[in-house]
Design a protein around this ligand. Structure first.
Ligand SMILES: Cc1cc2nc3c(=O)[nH]c(=O)nc-3n(C[C@H](O)[C@H](O)[C@H](O)COP(=O)(O)OP(=O)(O)OC[C@H]3O[C@@H](n4cnc5c(N)ncnc54)[C@H](O)[C@@H]3O)c2cc1C
Length: 283
């Protein structure tokens, strides 16, 4: 049931939040509220009956760096992450964060809220799916870690129990020395039109040691093909014309078959992107 009047809980500690969620499993967690409210068009917005507002909880906003990873509290806003962590953030992630516009939204929108959007995988999700990111999910009296790749099942349903909260996001440092993020359209508003591409690669002495690419289609899944990636791994740069034409043809074949995952517009954009990458960037 949703109405005009809501009960809003304001926990100020993580323990309080977990106990509240345990007692009120149907209460909606409200972080920045941009995902929950951003598309409402009515004069009087429809808001959930029970809300747990988590913005007062400082434990959820911490950002910490170790030798091996960067750990970000689920309640940290995108701008806070950019300000605190830009020099340690993987470049592609920083690029994707800066492209969340308008910039005022980045003051409110949190990384946790971004990853927990139930209906679509947004831009930061796509980038982080390539980075072996793991998530800490807490409930009263317990916690578990889950890989971001398993956070949504094959039907696109979030794997968060109704007494659980996403608390920390752990991003391991990779050996990427070639990172790229490009997007066209806004995945939050333009389903079927918006598209994003992220590539992470490790290139040493002209050899591609690792290459990963994901396509964000603004739907419930991201699109990735490890077999296609392997066509580039081990290759010496610059690619020969023969190699590059072979790879483009393989990609075209695969992209044309993605009729469920990508709209005709997105397939067209993807093919152009592949041409651009192979011709301009990996000459
Ligand atoms: C005007 C506008 C422009 C935007 N532009 C872009 C863009 O260019 N690119 C892009 O990728 N995205 C864009 N977005 C989407 C934006 O990134 C998300 O709305 C935002 O990241 C969600 O974060 P939030 O803190 O506001 O989440 P909320 O709205 O508070 O929550 C979103 C969902 O996550 C759940 N949730 C939140 N935190 C937790 C937690 N810790 N544990 C468990 N569940 C939780 C909530 O219950 C809800 O279901 C835009 C949004 C707006 C409104």
């Amino acid at each position: 049931m949703q109405g005009i009047y809501s009960h809003i809980f304001y926990p100020s500690t993580l323990n309080e939040l977990l106990n509240l969620k345990n007692k009120n499993p149907d209460a909606v967690v409200w972080s920045g509220g941009t995902g929950l409210m951003g598309k409402q068009k009515r004069k009087i917005p429809v808001i959930p009956d029970n809300i747990i507002q988590i913005s007062k909880i400082s434990e959820l906003k911490k950002i910490r760096r170790t030798e091996r990873y960067l750990e970000i509290g689920a309640g940290a806003s995108i701008n806070k992450i950019l300000n605190v962590g830009q020099h340690v953030l993987p470049n592609a992630l920083a690029q994707a964060m800066k492209l969340i516009k308008p910039s005022t939204i980045r003051n409110m929108a949190t990384l946790g809220g971004h990853l927990c959007m139930p209906d679509k995988r947004l831009n930061l999700f796509s980038v982080m799916i390539l980075m072996d990111v793991s998530l800490e999910l807490k409930r009263a009296g317990g916690a578990r870690w889950i890989q971001l790749t398993r956070f949504f099942n094959k039907n696109g349903k979030i794997q968060l129990k109704n007494n659980e909260i996403l608390t920390r996001i752990r991003i391991p440092f990779g050996n990427w020395n070639w990172e790229l993020f490009k997007s066209d359209g806004n995945p939050f508003f333009d389903t079927g039109q918006a598209i994003s591409f992220c590539i992470l690669a490790e290139i040493q002495k002209g050899i591609i040691n690792d290459y990963r690419m994901v396509i964000g289609n603004s739907g419930k899944h991201t699109v990735r093909n490890i077999e296609m990636e392997s066509l580039l791994i081990g290759k010496k740069l610059p690619l020969s014309l023969k190699e590059s034409s072979f790879i483009v043809e393989k990609y075209k074949e695969w992209i044309k078959s993605q009729t469920m995952e990508l709209t005709p517009f997105q397939r067209d954009r993807t093919i152009r992107f592949i041409y651009w990458i192979l011709k301009e960037l990996l000459p």
